[in-house]
Design a protein around this ligand. Structure first.
Ligand SMILES: *Cc1c(COP(=O)(O)O)cnc(C)c1O
Length: 358
């Protein structure tokens, strides 16, 4: 007799992370390695967050505040919500799992895009629910296609705006039009991991006000991207009090660690750091566009901190070749790769190496 695993696991592949910088250095015997693979902030994080973590180092023996009281209050003040409409989590990754556990029953239909954040489909399969995959249109969420995919069995729709890995966005008008047409018993998860990077004016800037009108929407944000706190694992979610109350039932009691809470609190106050990160990303993006244009490389204009580009060669081969030169990027599909916008120096190294490789 042997143990058996849940049958849902058969169809799930473990997440394959990029190689850490140290491994690449060792493996290829190179000194300088840059990682442009995980959409991390090349400026690091706010020095105020680092200070806060150092100060909290004498609290390691004590369980964290399971309610994240101070952080919830700070977020509530900043966003004009009640603390009971906000739920911090150990990264948005954890929240995606929690949302799945809160809503999905076996055989529920779950609508998602074909090229988007991979965690959506993993958790959907994990619950034994049925993924209904809608192709992107011009690398952008096709909201009409998603509406057309709705049936009586539809339980939840995953939206990512702007989208990872393509960097594209849909407008406020498109979002409102969509939400008006989605039956109110269907949960719409709206992942805004990159909202702070958006430059276009027609982006839904004030998504939070949607909570008043659409009790079926759940908005997710993270401190991993522009705030630069990926190592600590912290994000937060906003929804109706009823939804938050129910997610709270299945949440681990101490899911957000103390360091993450104090760092997020400090990071929230450092608006200057966010502004600098935004500006550097915007300049880096313009530089990369210019160089890619010179090289004749097709790319999709990005509203995030990464650029989706067509290297006209097998993406895995280009990934390997760049890695040998000390540049880690992410192959996505076919001949398309995703590259995080780095510092000016990193961007220059990337362009130089890409030129050599293709
Ligand atoms: C990076 C990312 C997240 C989550 O990050 P966490 O580090 O788990 O907070 C969520 N959604 C998208 C689309 C992302 O790109």
């Amino acid at each position: 007799m042997s143990i058996s695993f849940r049958k849902e696991l058969k169809d799930i592949a473990a997440y394959k992370p990029g190689k850490p910088i140290e491994d690449v250095k060792r493996e290829y015997g190179i000194k300088h390695v840059i990682k442009l693979a995980s959409n991390e902030n090349p400026l690091g994080c706010s020095p105020k967050a680092v200070e806060a973590v150092k100060k909290a180092a004498d609290q390691l023996a004590i369980y964290p505040d399971g309610n994240c009281t101070l952080l919830k209050e700070a977020l509530a003040n900043k966003l004009g919500l009640k603390p009971t409409q906000i739920l911090p989590s150990s990264g948005s990754d954890e929240m995606i799992d929690q949302i799945a556990k809160t809503f999905m029953n076996k055989d529920d239909e779950i609508i998602l895009a074909d090229i988007t954040f991979p965690r959506y489909i993993t958790t959907t399969k994990m619950m034994g629910a049925k993924p209904v995959i809608v192709p992107l249109k011009n690398w952008t969420y096709g909201l009409d296609g998603m509406l057309n995919a709705i049936t009586e069995k539809t339980k939840l729709i995953w939206l990512c705006n702007p989208n990872n890995p393509t960097g594209t966005m849909f407008s406020e008008e498109e979002l409102l039009n969509f939400l008006d047409k989605v039956p109110s018993n269907i949960v719409v998860v709206y992942d805004e991991a990159y909202n702070e990077y958006v430059t276009r004016d027609d982006f839904p800037r004030n998504s939070i006000k949607l909570l008043d009108k659409y009790p079926n929407i759940i908005i997710m944000r993270t401190f991993s991207k522009i705030y630069g706190l990926a190592a600590l694992r912290i994000g937060y979610t906003m929804a109706s009090e009823e939804i938050i109350h129910n997610i709270n039932k299945i949440r681990g009691p101490f899911n957000v660690n103390t360091m993450a809470q104090v760092a997020a609190l400090a990071a929230l106050e450092d608006e200057d750091f966010v502004k600098r990160s935004y500006e550097m990303n915007k300049e880096g993006k313009e530089y990369l566009y210019k160089e890619l244009n010179k090289m004749g490389i097709e790319y999709v204009p990005s509203e995030t901190n990464h650029i989706f580009m067509n290297v006209n060669k097998d993406a895995n081969e280009v990934f390997e070749a760049l890695q040998r030169k000390g540049v880690i990027i992410r192959p996505i599909t076919g001949t398309w790769i995703r590259v995080t916008i780095g510092t000016q120096e990193q961007n220059e190294v990337f362009i130089k190496c890409l030129n050599e490789v293709i």
